[in-house]
Design a protein around this ligand. Structure first.
Ligand code: NAD
Length: 364
């Protein structure tokens, strides 16, 4: 198969779909890999690194899109890239289609085969290709949250760790999955006063076993969410519904008037539409906005800020499924791997992901 990777065009996105090491692996399996010139530069990979791995450097993104049978990316294709969609082309990347009707429609209309990293799901319900980026985003969410609590950044001015004799910041984490757990790990390390909520009691039990009374766990009822949101200096929303559905708006605007001014909401679930009633995606160059005195940080590609770590972490999990598609072709590959089959969001002009179909009232 001819596989291609292009430079990401999303604002301040510095990751790249393939590392030279992955390119080497595809080549080793008998495939050809095309790489847009300088695509890996921001992740620390030179054109020579890719050539040394057996890839071919092409000058423009257009050449890579047009000559490749499968495009391996990081973020969802943006409007200027829709023109490259065509029947039979495979796109293997994060898609988050439930939050993007225009892209969903463009993929369906073009009959492009679209495989979303975030809906590849193992039998135990885990999401192997979302996990590494959730680890990064979860850890970063603690750092960003602590930063935007600082007064010069617009926050209330409370120091996340406190100091002896002075209160630590109160933090509420909604969702105890990969993002939530990684945020928790950092925040406990920083010395914050953390409460973590989930509807999955097994996860709360597990965290209780690990952290004991250094943290508080709470069932995520509407009532508990409201109480925690109102009492916290920092809220991290780390919810994900199974099947790629839109995130529920658990954090109501009506709560804001009872929150401390300058409190911060890090809406990590923004890539699934966000968890507040005023959620809107932001970018690394202008990451926050304020509503009713509450600071919202809602960058949809948080791991893009640390591309050297994120690109390699992502390739560690996406390579396996990418190789299956390249080696067997998509139809046979999804017959062999149920996890990969669940990653297929658009197939021969049909929406095939339940959450996405529900979001836009499409037949499933
Ligand atoms: P995950 O599946 O590991 O965890 C999600 C958790 O949310 C689960 O434990 C689930 O039980 C819980 N949950 C569901 N409904 C809930 C509710 N009503 N209240 C409390 N908890 C609830 O998912 P994850 O990998 O941790 O990802 C979390 C979110 O972060 C996703 O939306 C993902 O797309 C997003 N994400 C964003 C970025 C970014 O850059 N902004 C990066 C990575 C992941």
């Amino acid at each position: 198969m001819i596989i291609g990777t292009v430079k990401e065009i999303k604002n301040n996105e510095f990751r790249v779909g393939l590392t030279p090491s992955s390119v080497k692996e595809y080549v080793h399996h008998g495939h050809q890999v095309l790489v847009e010139q300088n695509a890996g530069m921001n992740s620390g990979f030179s054109n020579e690194d890719y050539e040394f791995a057996g890839g071919t450097i092409l000058k423009t993104a257009a050449e890579v899109w047009e000559k490749s049978e499968m495009i391996v990316k990081v973020k969802e294709p943006l409007q200027p890239e829709y023109g490259y969609f065509r029947e039979g082309l495979i796109i293997y990347t994060y898609l988050h289609l439930a939050a993007d009707e225009a892209l969903t429609k463009a993929l369906i209309d073009a009959k492009t085969q679209a495989i979303a990293y975030e809906t590849i799901r193992l039998d135990d319900g885990s999401l192997p290709c979302l996990k590494p980026m959730s680890e990064v985003a979860g850890r970063l969410s603690a750092i960003q949250g602590a930063k935007y609590l600082e007064k010069p950044q617009g926050g209330s001015g409370i120091f996340i760790s406190g100091v002896p004799g002075v209160d630590r910041a109160k933090v509420g984490i909604i969702g105890a999955g990969v993002v939530g757990e990684n945020a928790l790990k950092m925040l406990v390390g920083l010395g914050a006063d953390v409460t973590i909520l989930d509807i999955n009691l097994n996860k709360l039990t597990y965290l209780d076993d690990i952290y004991g009374n250094r943290i508080k766990t709470l069932y995520s009822s509407n009532d508990n969410v409201e109480r925690v949101v109102k009492a916290s200096d920092l809220i991290i929303s780390a919810i994900l519904l199974p099947g790629g559905a839109k995130a529920p708006k658990l954090i109501k605007r009506a709560y804001y008037k009872d929150m401390k001014p300058g409190s911060v909401i890090v809406d990590v679930a923004i890539d699934q539409g966000g968890s507040t009633e005023v959620s809107k995606a932001t970018y690394h160059d202008d990451p926050i906005y304020e509503v009713d005195g509450i600071i919202h940080y809602s960058v949809a590609n948080m791991p893009g800020a640390v591309p050297k770590t994120s690109t390699t972490a992502l390739n560690n999990t996406t390579l396996k499924y990418g190789l299956m598609i390249a080696d067997y072709g998509l139809d046979i590959a999804i017959g062999r791997s149920n996890a990969l089959k669940l990653g297929v969001n658009v197939y021969h002009g049909q929406c095939t992901c339940e959450g996405v179909c529900e979001a836009f009232d499409l037949p499933y």
